[in-house]
Design a protein around this ligand. Sequence first.
Ligand code: MRU
Length: 369
Amino acid sequence: MKVYGQDYRTIWLKPQDHRVVQVIDQTTLPHRFAVVDLHTMEDARQAIAAMTVRGAGLIGACAAFGMYLAAMESPESEFRNYLNAAGDALKGTRPTAANLAWAVERMLGAIAHAPDVAHARLIAMREAMAIADQDVDHCRRIGVHGLHLIRDIAQRKPGKTINILTHCNAGWLAFVDVGSATAPIYAAHQAGMDVHVWVDETRPRNQGASLTAWELGQHGIAHTLIADNAGGHLMQHGLVDLVITGADRVTRSGDVANKIGTYLKALAARDNGIPMVVALPSSTFDFALRDGVAHIPIEERDGAEVRYISGLNSQGCVESVRICPDLTPARNWGFDVTPSRLITKLICERGMCDANEASILSLFPEQRK
Ligand code: MRU
């Protein structure tokens, strides 16, 4: 996608030195665009843990490249043990997104049968790049399928703007390119349709305000930032045609873990008869789980993210300020689970389905037990 008119992915191998992985630093956006070099597996681990990179798809891709860096730096004599330990370290960074463990396991599987360390290193590089390329391809396909939904809405209100509400950032910054929830929006924009996006700010880390607003702006897509609590009001007044979010983990029965607050949007959408659609690549499914509320691990983060807010001050410097009394305690859950009954459709690279086991498995017959 474009940054100041230039094409970028969120992660890539440094062209002059393939032993270095480069990522866009998401902690400095939207105020500063910066690229960070990752030299070691530990750099990749920290980039995920500190949310230099974030979003389910990109976390998976970064873990894959982290495994590649581990393969490059490992002593030959302890290669297998080193890679297994690297995989555990990467998987330990963030618990909710299914893509992380998926990518690590795929990397370990790819190198398992390499005849020697030199081959294993080459395979690791190719596999990490294949995971990144697949992420892009799957997101593009999500766009193709999701465009049908937006076209249906456009036909019901000819000549009028289609208003789409999204939560958090499931855009190209959350993946390697294109994004999941944003893919149908980019496709509709490209097809010349009049789309406008309501962007939830997404407290406490404000991925909507900082990232979704920034990336939509880079692509010239009409959008408006709203407070997290505004969505219900807009829905009651006919100002939302469709809610599209991404997902961090989806069970085989269609329960969806996504950024905290998604469940409340789904409740409001249901109350107002508005379609609530979730877009995800297949790497976000967790086919081992059924009951998402009971079994999806929910990341709990530092309460400081709730107690403080950061932004540009009047001098143009990034500043963090406390918004509550000094001693007020805070809790900070990163995700919630929306039960499948509140979800109108799931869109993945294989097509669109209902959020129930039979419909999901009709797209993924190989997951039938
Ligand atoms: O905590 P983050 O920023 O890594 O959260 C993940 C997300 O961006 C959202 O939950 C998103 O909607 C799904 S990730 C494609």
